[in-house]
Structure formats: C-alpha cells, structure tokens
Design a binder for this molecule. Structure first.
Ligand SMILES: *Cc1c(COP(=O)(O)O)cnc(C)c1O
Length: 476
C-alpha cells in the first residue's frame, strides 16, 4: 500500500469509525451471534492474490459487525467500561502510524520520555504521592493490563522477600500472597505464573456486609505462615472490587504489611482514576504511607483506548532487579550511562508500543476539568439509577455505590433463595437477548445481584431511565 493509497483508505476508515460511533445506538448491544457463525461466514483459506481494501471494509460491515458486542454503546452496562474517545483513538492511530518499538530508551527516546511525563502527570492528577514520580525513587510505567501490573508487583515482591535469591535459584520455600475472596483472579494467576503456587495464595476473610478485607484475619494468617517458616511476600488490597466496588482498608492492611516487611500492592484498576476528582481523593487513603505498588486502568473509565494500565512503584529497584536482563544486541551507551529509563525492565515482554501517545492525547484534549466532568457524570447517573431502584419496593438496592456501579436484585416474593436466583438470571438473559441493553451479574452471600455499570461517555440520562423501565417491566 503506497502512502497515497493509505491516505485514500485511511480517510474511508476514519469516516467509517465516525459513522459507527454516531449510529452505534441502533445496534443490539450484545452481539446476537451464535458460536462459529462469524468464522463460518468467512473464507477458510487465506487469499493467494491480494484484495482491494474495499473488500475488507465490506466484510467488516456485513460479517464482522454482527459478531461485535458494542462496548461503546450508551446502553452497555455489563462490565466496567472500556472507554474510548476521539483523542484516544487518534492517539492510538498515531502510535500505529509511527510503528515504534520502545523497548529501550535508545530505540526511540520520545517513546520513553513521553511515557515518563504522562505517568508523572497522571500521578499528579490523581493526587498520588510524590515518591511515585519517576524523578524520585519510584516511577510509573504503562502496562497492557492490571493483570500484568499485578504480575510485575508479585515478581518485585518475591525479589525483595527472598533477598534476591529467587532471581538466581527460583522459588524455593513458601512465599505466600494474601488476597480476599473479592480480589481479582489476576492475583492468583500472577502467583501461579511466578511459581508461588495456588496453594500459597491465602484468602483473607471479608467483613460481612461491606465485603472488605478483614485486617485481623490477615494478621492471623500472616502469623500462622511466619510460624510455619514461610516468608509472606505480598498483600493485595483492592480499591473498588470488580464484583461490588468494595474498598479495602488500605491503611490498616498497610500497617500489618509494614510490621512484617510485606509488599503492599493496591489494585485500583477500575476506581483509581476517579481520584481526578478532589472529592474522591479518599480513594488514596493509606496509599502514600504504605503502598509499594499501585495500579489503575485509564483504559476502563478514563477515556483512553484499551490497552493502558498504569503501574506505579514506591521504589523501582526490586522490580528492576527482578526483571532486568541485558543481551548483547541491546547494549548501548545511553543505557550504560544510567541516565535513561529502559522500560523493558519494568514489564514482562521486551517490546512495547508507543501507548503514551493515546493517554497524552486524552489528557491534553480534556484537561483535568474534562476528566473530572466525565467521572462526575458517571457517578451522577449511577446515583440517579439508585434512586429509581430504591423507590421500587419490588427491588433491593445495595446501598454502597460510590462510583459508577450499582448492584441490585428483584425480590421475587414467595420464592426460595435458589428459585429467586434462577429467576433473576433468567430475567437477565431475557434483557440481554433483547439487544436493548446489556447488564451482568454477581453473587453476594448466595444471592444473585444484577450489576449496572455506568461510565460510557455516550450514556445519557435517557439511556439510564430507559434501562430501568425495561428492567422493571420484567416483574409482574
Ligand atoms: C478489571 C479489573 C482487573 C483486570 O483488569 P485487566 O486490565 O483487564 O487485567 C483487575 N482488578 C480489578 C479490581 C478490576 O476491576
């Protein structure tokens, strides 16, 4: 494809995306596609001869689109949002256009230095501590996902807990990791990948009602493990759990970590970005004092196209000790001078995309005030939805909803608990099959709850009200 051909098709593609986004409401939110349908509609074998790009666009429209679930639809309420935005999409396009591989500083200085700048900017916007800044001992780095951030945190924690022995000898002995039943499954996955083993993932009780980690139980488990000769490696506290947006008591958990020299990782994948609003800065309570690492996802609720998670460290040294490696082909004078950052030592893969461009574009386009307005709108709509649910005695509202997620359930009077759960799930299926909206569910204390997660920039009050009308129409 010549640059002139690229210009022609590029304009068509941008027009296509603009048309898609402006007509997205007319698609069913959840794809109605059956398993195998998309694949069966496409040629089984690759073309021998190149095809015009128009044919790709035609297949996109006719075959791919029916198999797409429309995450940017204003009535997408199922999972935490995966926000995109004009500047986010354009930043990603520019990154693709430059096609840079930023594994070390020398392979594209701007790729590293812009990333350093934007993660420092974001730390400032969220009111995170100065020691997370890259000009201090810590620093931030863009990861593909919160799962990768958790894995990097676990590897750094293992390095520190073992006094560096794990790097040379592998994991010998027990290095437990502490989570709660509400912690994201990414932590267990990280522990398995790191060689800690699923049996050394200790599940701390949660407080009934709030579903937050019980620090007293954490303390007992740590004491038990230490007495048995284990070396506790990491505790993961969550700010805004995936199921119900519970917020663990970071400071109380941090005190225990401090007393035992345990790494504290704070997973704020969804909710962390809400701290752009000063009235939500309580989200960061305990982080400055105790967190060794902290992660949040601009790719969920901060208008930045997937993938963009930011991981900050209070001290980057254990992570770099765990992950640095220097093959001959990457030796260069800038790295050897020690004056530059090589982000390959801050992540699992070697290569990396120029992801800072999209986050930089987003922050510059919206400004701090635009980002705050976006978060506040989502929270305001969630509050309005909660008011509607609370006013209907046929439903029970979970009163804790500080962000964009509202959990609730129909009461199904006269039914056993199991039958009520079945009825709620059947109702959810009917609603999602309708294509008019998309919700998800969770289970708390044996009860199925519906999850209404608000946060797409296209969602208006009317979509929320219409969703509620459809939900309540399901009840007799
Ligand atoms: C979404 C979420 C994750 C996983 O995020 P990825 O970026 O998809 O890996 C982890 N933790 C919490 C609390 C989440 O909400």
């Amino acid at each position: 494809m010549t640059p002139e051909e690229f210009r022609k098709y590029g304009k068509q593609v941008v027009d296509w995306v603009a048309d898609y986004l402006s007509t997205i409401e007319w698609y069913p939110v959840r794809s109605q596609s059956q398993p195998g349908e998309v694949r069966a509609a496409l040629p089984a074998h690759p073309p021998e001869h190149g095809e015009p790009f128009e044919r790709v666009l035609a297949d996109l429209e006719n075959t791919i689109l029916p198999g797409v679930t429309h995450w940017q639809h204003p009535s997408f309420f199922a999972y935490f949002p995966a926000n995109t935005s004009g500047p986010g999409i354009l930043g990603d396009l520019l990154s693709a256009g430059l096609g840079v591989q930023g594994m070390v500083w020398a392979t594209s200085p701007a790729c590293t230095e812009l990333e350093t700048l934007v993660v420092d900017w974001l730390a400032e916007l969220l009111g995170l501590p100065d020691h997370f800044r890259t000009d201090a001992r810590g620093g931030g780095v863009i990861q593909d996902s919160a799962s990768s951030a958790s894995l990097v945190a676990v590897l750094a924690a293992l390095q520190r807990a073992s006094g560096g022995k794990v790097r040379a000898d592998g994991v010998a002995g027990r290095y437990p990791v502490y989570v709660s039943s509400q912690t994201h499954s990414a932590l267990e996955k990280a522990a398995r990948i790191a060689g800690i083993g699923a049996n050394n993932v200790r599940v701390v009780d949660v407080e009934p009602g709030t579903l937050t980690m019980d620090p007293a139980h954490l303390e007992r488990l740590v004491a038990e493990d230490v007495a048995a000769g284990a070396v506790p490696a990491l505790v993961c506290a969550t700010v805004g759990t995936t199921s119900t947006t519970a917020v663990d008591p970071v400071a109380r958990i941090g005190e225990i970590c401090r007393a035992h020299g345990i790494w504290l990782h704070v997973d704020a994948a969804y909710a962390g970005v809400a701290a752009v609003c000063p009235e939500l800065r309580w989200l960061n309570d305990g982080v400055a004092e105790y967190a060794d690492s902290y992660a949040t996802n601009p790719h969920k609720w901060l208008l930045t196209n997937f993938d963009c998670d930011v991981l900050w460290l209070a001290d980057r040294a254990p992570m770099i000790d765990a992950l640095s490696i220097l093959p001959e082909f990457l030796r260069n004078s800038a790295s050897e001078s020690g004056d530059v950052i090589d982000y390959r030592d801050w992540q699992v893969p070697l290569g990396r995309r120029f992801r800072a461009l999209k986050l930089w574009s987003v922050i510059r386009w919206y400004g701090a005030e635009g980002l705050r307005a976006h978060i506040r709108r989502g929270i305001g709509l969630a509050e309005e939805f909660a008011v509607l649910v609370r006013a209907d005695s046929r439903f029970e509202l979970r009163e804790h909803h500080p962000f964009g997620l509202v959990c609730f359930r129909p009461l199904w009077t006269g039914m056993s608990a199991d039958d009520a759960n079945e009825a709620t799930l059947a109702m959810l299926e009917r609603l999602n099959d309708s294509g008019a909206l998309y919700l998800s569910h969770t289970k708390v204390d044996g009860q199925v709850l519906l999850r209404m997660a608000i946060g797409a920039p296209s969602t208006e009050r009317s979509h929320v009200v219409e969703a509620w009308e459809r939900i309540r129409a399901q009840l007799p």
